[in-house]
Design a binder for this molecule. Structure first.
Ligand code: NAD
Length: 245
């Protein structure tokens, strides 16, 4: 089960997992975008279903996780990727936007973990969760006050789940990318007061001199979800072009 598959990293990861032969439940709140990704998966000969849902809602989260069990008889891997990026400092943070960021980026991931864990425990033979955090979950990032709070939360959630559920063979890790060239990132650059300067600033803070691609992040998710990563749990995998000190 993967969330946020309508665009960006979630979409790239759904396509990669499908090409590896995984049977998928894909989830997005944007039906049109989610169905477009589904059509791409089907075009690759993949086996997938799409559920339109808002990951921050309890009933939606229960429904799409149950849909995986109904369709395929069990749940093996969960990638909680859907997220939003509020921009600005805490001094200027709008309260409603703050709450929405907590709801989607943190509560949504909590719900995706909680109901997946219940299913894994019922199955009794382990399971794997990959959560989408960010480099902003490990270091302070300018103009990302609320975002940092939510992503630090995802890192903590991931580490505590790893501790509690390791005895059940359940692994839980997260991914911490710096800037990734997704549709929404291009939009953020273009909406900046000076887009050329914004682009320069994004690139300047990454020693490798470029931003990441959705496909590079998808491969990290695939690795953490694979048997090759069977000895890894509670880890925050950084993909940041060398940005973090
Ligand atoms: N792009 C980056 O630079 C970057 C860097 C680090 C971490 N991330 C994280 O990666 C994740 C994906 O980012 P992206 O850049 O690919 O985003 P994106 O905006 O390109 O795509 C996000 C997708 O998630 C969906 N979505 C958003 N809120 C949802 C909700 N409540 N319920 C269901 N679907 C929802 C959107 O409709 C969209 O299809 C986010 O958690 C983001 O914080 C992104």
């Amino acid at each position: 089960m993967l969330t946020g598959t309508g665009a960006g990293i979630g979409k790239a990861t759904a396509l990669l997992f499908a090409s590896e032969g995984a049977r998928l439940i894909t989830v997005d709140r944007d039906r049109e975008a989610g169905e477009k990704t589904l059509a791409l998966i089907e075009g690759l000969g993949g086996d997938a279903l799409f559920e339109q849902a808002d990951t921050s809602r309890v009933e939606d989260s229960k429904r799409f996780l149950q849909a995986a069990v109904d369709a395929y008889g069990r749940l093996d891997i969960v990638f909680n990727c859907a997220g939003i990026v509020p921009v600005g400092t805490i001094a200027e943070q709008d309260e409603d936007e703050w709450q929405r960021a907590l709801d989607v980026n943190l509560t949504g991931v909590f719900l995706g973990c909680k109901y997946a864990l219940q299913q894994f425990l019922k199955q009794g033979d382990g399971g794997c969760i990959v959560n989408m955090a960010s480099i902003a979950g490990l270091i302070g990032v300018k103009q990302r006050g609320a975002y940092c709070v939510t992503k630090f939360g995802v890192v903590g959630l991931t580490k505590s789940i790893a501790q509690d559920f390791a005895p059940h063979g359940i692994r839980c890790n997260c991914i911490c990318p710096a800037t990734v060239a997704t549709e929404s990132w291009h939009e953020r650059v273009n909406n900046a007061p000076d887009p050329a300067e914004a682009l320069r600033a994004f690139i300047a803070r990454q020693p490798l001199g470029r931003v990441g691609t959705p496909e590079e992040i998808a491969h990290a998710a695939l690795y953490l979800a694979s048997d090759e990563a069977a000895y890894i749990t509670g880890h925050s995998l950084v993909l940041d072009g060398g940005m973090a000190p």
